[in-house]
Structure formats: C-alpha cells, structure tokens
Design a protein around this ligand. Structure first.
Ligand SMILES: Nc1ncnc2c1ncn2[C@@H]1O[C@H](COP(=O)(O)OP(=O)(O)OP(=O)(O)O)[C@@H](O)[C@H]1O
Ligand SMILES: [Mg+2]
Length: 258
C-alpha cells in the first residue's frame, strides 16, 4: 500500500531511543523529503520571483508602516483577503478568480503582497506559479521574432507556443499592468493571453497603478480583467520612499559618525 513501509510515505520515520530512551523522529532514508524539497525548489525557480521578494510571506506583510488609520485599514483588509485566499485556495480555485491590487502611488506594497500570495501558494499547495511584469512578457514575445530562423531549423520557440505557455500556467502574477504603451499589437497579445486564461479559468493576480476601469487597454481586455479578479485598493502611500528615507538617514548618521 505504502511505497515506503518505514515512514508510510510521510518522509519521517520513528527511531527507538538508545538504552530505553525516548523514541524520536528523523528524516526517512527513502529520501521522500529530499524529493519534496527538490520539487519545491524547481517550482520556486520556475516562478522567477524577483530576489527582493523571494522568501516573503503574507504573514510578514506589515500594517504599521502606513501612516494614517485609513491607510492601515486598507492595508489590513488587503492582507486579510490575501491570507484567506491562500487558506481557502482549494475552494476558491475553481472560480478562476484572482486578485487585482491597485493604487495610484508607486511603492505602496502591491507587488510585495501579490508575490507573498504566490510564495505561500507554492509552499502550501505546491502549485506552479509564474511571476512576470507585463513589459517582460511583451519583450519575450518580441524576442520570439528573432527565433524565426531557429524554428525553421527545428529549434527555438514561436510566439504561439510562448502565449500558450503563459495561458497554461496555473497561477500567474502579472505585475504592473497599465504601464505599457498601448498599441493594437499590445492589445492583441494581451487579449490572447487574458482571454485564454479566462476561458481556462486560470488564476491571475494583477498589480497596477490604476483601477481596472481606468486601464487604457482595449475594452474587451478591461472587461475580461473585471471578470478574472477581485479589485483590492491599496493605500496611496509609498512605503518604498519611507524605507529609502530611513535608509538614507541611517547611512548619513553612520557617515558623519553619530
Ligand atoms: N506592507 C509592507 N510590509 C513590508 N514591506 C513593504 C510593505 N509595503 C511595501 N513594502 C516594501 O516597499 C518596497 C516597495 O513595495 P512594492 O514594490 O510592493 O510597491 P508597489 O506598490 O508594487 O510599487 P510600484 O507601483 O512602483 O510597482 C518593497 O521593498 C517592499 O518590500
Ligand atoms: Mg510593483
């Protein structure tokens, strides 16, 4: 029944203590835990989460760094929703709905929280997640044009394959939507990606500096995003600026020997 009788496929085996001492648990020699760790490492590598946010979790998202009670309330609400989303992922995932974090101010913590949800989902659900800014995706698509020759030679990836790959990732963090210069070329690519993900009910988390309604993308795309994600407002305050000022003042204190 179990692949490993020693640990009953838990990865942990019970070992009798010496000279009648207490028994204890240790990692089973069948290597199940190592395989589990390896699988998670592969998932984390595939996710391509920026170094700055690599190990951050929803729990360590701070609330007291925001300066006003209203901003703290917005941040608290965003954190609570993110936490519930991770905890109740199994019951939510079939809706195909993600979250859309927005605030007009840069540095308010949108990417920080979106990536934290992704990190938590990888660890808790072992699910495949991908992080990409919208500009990265557009650049990757452009790069496939140079691959044309390689495709003719039998290697390299086509635009269609790349878009299909982006559509098929179970959870996608699409960072900074709305910064791109909109053209019909951009609209067509976004439409293909988001329409594909919507039809397949794949979960997408968005971050943006504008609300869904204010996105300057084609109406058909905006309409799909409205269906694909729950909008969550972020505080209009830059924690990045706050941290930068604090770091600068700490550095100045050190340099002038305070
Ligand atoms: N609530 C928070 N708790 C801890 N760190 C935070 C919080 N909010 C922001 N930060 C930190 O501040 C910096 C900026 O945050 P982040 O990149 O998430 O901002 P953003 O809203 O995505 O900005 P932009 O609109 O420029 O993309 C990061 O280093 C992040 O870790
Ligand atoms: Mg961001």
């Amino acid at each position: 029944m179990y692949r490993c009788q020693k640990c009953r496929d838990t990865g942990w085996e019970e070992v009798d203590g010496e000279n009648g001492g207490y028994s204890f648990m240790r990692e089973c020699s069948c290597g199940l835990l190592d395989r589990h760790k390896l699988k998670m490492q592969r998932k984390l590598k595939f996710a391509a989460i920026p170094k700055e946010f690599e190990d951050l979790t929803v729990d360590s998202f701070k609330i007291d760094c925001y300066s006003t009670p209203y901003y703290r309330e917005l941040a608290q609400m965003a954190k609570m929703i993110a936490k519930q989303y991770v905890e109740r992922f199994q019951e939510i995932k079939d809706t195909g709905k993600g979250l859309y974090f927005y605030s007009s101010v840069k540095g308010s913590g949108k990417t920080r929280l979106a990536v934290s949800v992704a990190n938590d989902l990888i660890r808790k659900e072992m699910i495949q997640v991908k992080f990409a800014t919208t500009l990265q995706i557009l650049d990757q698509i452009k790069a496939t044009y140079g691959e044309k020759k390689k495709i003719e030679e039998g290697s390299g990836g086509s635009e269609l394959n790349l878009i299909q790959d982006i559509i098929s990732v179970p959870v996608l963090v699409l960072d900074d939507i709305g910064v791109e210069n909109v053209s019909s070329w951009v609209n067509e690519r976004f439409y293909n990606i988001l329409n594909g993900r919507m039809i397949e009910k794949r979960i997408t988390f968005f971050t943006s500096n504008c609300s869904i309604e204010d996105l300057r993308l084609d109406e058909r795309i905006v309409n799909r995003i409205l269906k694909m994600a729950l909008p969550i407002e972020f505080p209009a305050e830059s924690i990045r600026t706050l941290y930068a000022e604090k770091e600068n003042s700490d550095l100045l204190d050190r340099l002038i020997g305070k």
